[in-house]
Design a binder for this molecule. Structure first.
Ligand code: KIV
Ligand code: ZN
Length: 572
């Protein structure tokens, strides 16, 4: 096909009638009849009880499940973060999980105040094996589940409601029996029951089965059991999940004897929102994983939910300040890279490329530094990146979308160079052109090299070879050797200071007036290696302005170099 035909076919395909998706295959989720819902008026004001299910739900979903060493590494990270409830595995289903649970118990790796949780299906041999796994642990949550979903009852188990309730209550009885020995030996045991696929279960049935389990287990207000309401598959908008939670809580007999726990997945991409609204609807406890690793689209991302609270001035109850470490350990153990846009943790989440954003961030940062009463008030940055181990530097990166602000920021924060505005106006198009030519991001070292070429190592007819400055009778006298083209010439001048004297010498050589209209000199870094930077602007007889920059350990050399650079830029 020649180029003409090719473009014609692209044109044709671009205007082809849109095709239709087979949406008729799906039914809308029926909303909950709860006209007087109260959750929309609630405000989250304190952190829930968090439970990490990284080592179970997260691990089960990995292409390559964690090795024992990786499990241990992840477990230690979860402890460092401050989780006090950790689902450490499904010991009856996996030997690795069983061995891991034994290891942390036998090696005394469970700190006081930390409760391990183990998942188990409603089957006697699995219940017995799970009890074996947790023998000797001080505090255990026995997490029993069976699916209650309408669809699964019909197409998977072919069981009536009564039969499913019986399955759950029998299993609860078995847990009671099999854990008697553990409790007698001093284990503080809590039952957690999950009507798995809660979001796909009729609400009255979910309440009925949970109530039946409670009647068997006999929790008390002092020693509650946990009722976990999984959105095993996320099926509707998060407001519907919140309605389902509020409905459940309102209709559960003896609610005061249960801790209501949520366990959301992320099939529609709203796992965090569902847990947040569910918490507003009265839940007490949240299960999830770091960065949402878990089955299919993942579990609730605990980091996002906790950081969302943090950004509202609420103590999240988890320590997430060493985010780079959390990212590194998670990536190592799950072998899943954290996305660059992952909330609070991704490489780009505190970065602005757009010029107007960069400018606003810079002003916001100045405002914060100069007195915002300790409150974080920086546009485009929901939190201070430093709170999660980031730095202000990472907030600004430069590409062709960036403007003066970004360039100024990079020079200032990476190199300590602050440019006068007219110079920035001159330099910014140079950077713009370079980034357009490159097509991507200009890293700080490239910006610095471009700055050097533009203002310091300027190609031109003049080069300063050597100079001498003497004071005589309160006047400075300067004698310098300048290379002009292929010739070396000696120049001399006199003035109130060295700069004055050197300018006078150059004026004589050039035979035209030069005025210093802007001058600043400061140290670039501290200590014995300190370099001085001199930024100078000269005008010629026509009033045109030329900036030049000099860098040297010696302030006079830096100043003279800046003058030569400015003159060379004039002749460029
Ligand atoms: O998603 C789910 O329903 C689960 C249960 C086992 C709680 O992981
Ligand atoms: Zn799950």
């Amino acid at each position: 096909m020649n180029a003409e035909n090719n473009s014609a076919s692209i044109m044709n395909s671009e205007v082809a009638a849109p095709k239709k998706m087979p949406f008729h295959k799906y039914k809308p989720f029926q909303p909950v009849a709860l006209k007087d819902r109260t959750w929309p008026d609630q405000v989250i004001s304190k952190a829930p009880r968090w439970c990490s299910v990284d080592l179970r739900d997260g691990n089960q979903a990995l292409i390559e499940p964690m090795s024992p060493d990786e499990k241990l590494k992840m477990y230690k990270l979860l402890l460092e973060i401050g989780f006090t409830e950790i689902e450490v595995g499904f010991p009856a289903a996996s030997q690795t999980d069983f061995d891991f649970v034994r290891l942390i118990i036998e090696e005394n790796l469970i700190p006081d105040g930390v409760t391990i949780q183990v998942l188990c299906q409603a089957r006697e041999e699995l219940i017995a094996r799970t009890c074996e796994a947790v023998a000797g642990a001080k505090q255990v949550i026995f997490h029993l589940y069976n699916s209650t979903s309408t669809l699964q009852r019909r197409v998977v188990f072919n069981m009536s409601r009564e039969e499913v309730i019986r399955l759950a209550t029998d299993a609860t009885e078995m847990v009671k029996t099999h854990t008697r020995g553990l409790v007698a030996a001093g284990t503080d045991l809590t039952l957690e029951y999950s009507p798995e696929s809660y979001t796909a279960t009729e609400l009255d049935f979910a309440v009925e089965i949970c109530d039946a389990v409670m009647k068997v287990w006999q929790p008390t207000v002092e020693h509650k059991m946990i009722l976990n309401l999984p959105s095993t598959v996320e099926m509707a908008t998060p407001n519907i999940y919140a309605d389902q939670v509020e409905w459940f809580i309102r209709n559960l007999p003896e609610r005061e004897k249960a801790v209501i726990s949520l366990h959301t997945h992320n099939d529609r991409g709203t796992g965090v929102a569902a847990s947040e609204l569910g918490l507003m609807a009265g839940a007490d406890r949240i299960e999830g994983t770091l960065f949402g690793n878990g089955e299919r689209t993942g579990n609730l991302d605990i980091i996002t939910m906790a950081m969302n609270m943090f950004s509202q001035g609420i103590d999240p109850g988890l320590y997430l300040s060493d985010m780079p470490k959390i990212v590194a350990v998670s990536e190592e153990c799950t072998k899943i890279p954290i996305h660059i846009r992952q909330p609070y943790a991704g490489e780009l989440v505190f970065t602005a490329f757009s010029g107007s954003h960069q400018d606003a961030i810079r002003k916001g940062m100045n405002h914060v530094q100069s007195g915002s009463d300790g409150q974080w008030e920086v546009p485009y940055l929901p939190i201070d990146p430093a709170d999660v181990g980031g730095s202000y530097r990472e907030t600004v990166r430069v590409n062709s979308q960036s403007g003066k602000g970004g360039v100024a920021f990079i020079l200032e924060s990476y190199f300590g160079v602050s440019l006068p505005r007219p110079m920035l106006v001159e330099f910014s198009p140079v950077i713009q052109k370079a980034s357009e030519a490159d097509g991507g991001e200009l890293k700080p070292d490239v910006i610095w090299d471009t700055f050097l070429k533009e203002f310091i190592e300027v190609e031109g007819p003049y080069r300063l070879l050597s100079y001498k400055v003497n004071s005589e009778d309160g006047r400075e006298k300067c004698a310098a050797t300048i290379k002009v083209g292929d010739n070396e010439i000696e120049v001399q001048g006199e003035g109130n200071g060295p700069i004055d004297a050197f300018i006078a010498a150059m004026v004589e050589t050039l035979n035209e007036p030069l005025n210093v209209v802007d001058y600043q000199e400061y140290a670039l870094n501290e200590g014995s290696e300190a370099q001085a930077i001199c930024i100078i602007a000269l005008t010629d007889d026509k009033g045109d302005r030329f900036y030049g920059v000099g860098l040297s350990e010696n302030t006079t050399t830096a100043a003279f170099a800046s003058i030569i650079a400015a003159i060379n830029r004039k002749w460029r």
